[in-house]
Each structure stands twice: as C-alpha cells, then as structure tokens.
Design a protein around this ligand. Sequence first.
Ligand code: FES
Length: 69
Amino acid sequence: MARLVKLEATGPVKVDPSDKPVFVCACGLSKKFPFCDGSHKPTRSEEPGCVYRYSGESNEQVEKVDHAG
Ligand code: FES
C-alpha cells in the first residue's frame, strides 16, 4: 500500500537520553528510520508554500507543486 505523508521538518529531532545524543528523523526521508541518516539535506532548499515529492529510492526531488499565490 502506498502512503503520502505530509511533513515539513527540515532536520532531525535531537533526543539526549544519556551522554550520547540520538537524532530521530523528522523529515520522513531516512533509510534508517526512525534514526536520521542525513537524507534531510535536500529539504533545506524547499520553499514555503510548496509541496515536494521525493523518489523513494534515491530521495531526489521528483516533483514540486507551488501552492502560493
Ligand atoms: S531528519 Fe530525516 S534524515 Fe535527517
């Protein structure tokens, strides 16, 4: 079953349970979910008011829909 998830985070959530921090993915692109693997980097250039679709295999941006205006 396919699923479309709307997320707007552009980086991980830092969890600091002890002396070693843990970074939890908040962007939805990590291949090691729930942990951040750096796949959020393409989201840093996203523009407000747009919806982006990423490839499930490469995490490359494959579609941008501008809802502004
Ligand atoms: S926050 Fe999702 S991969 Fe880093």
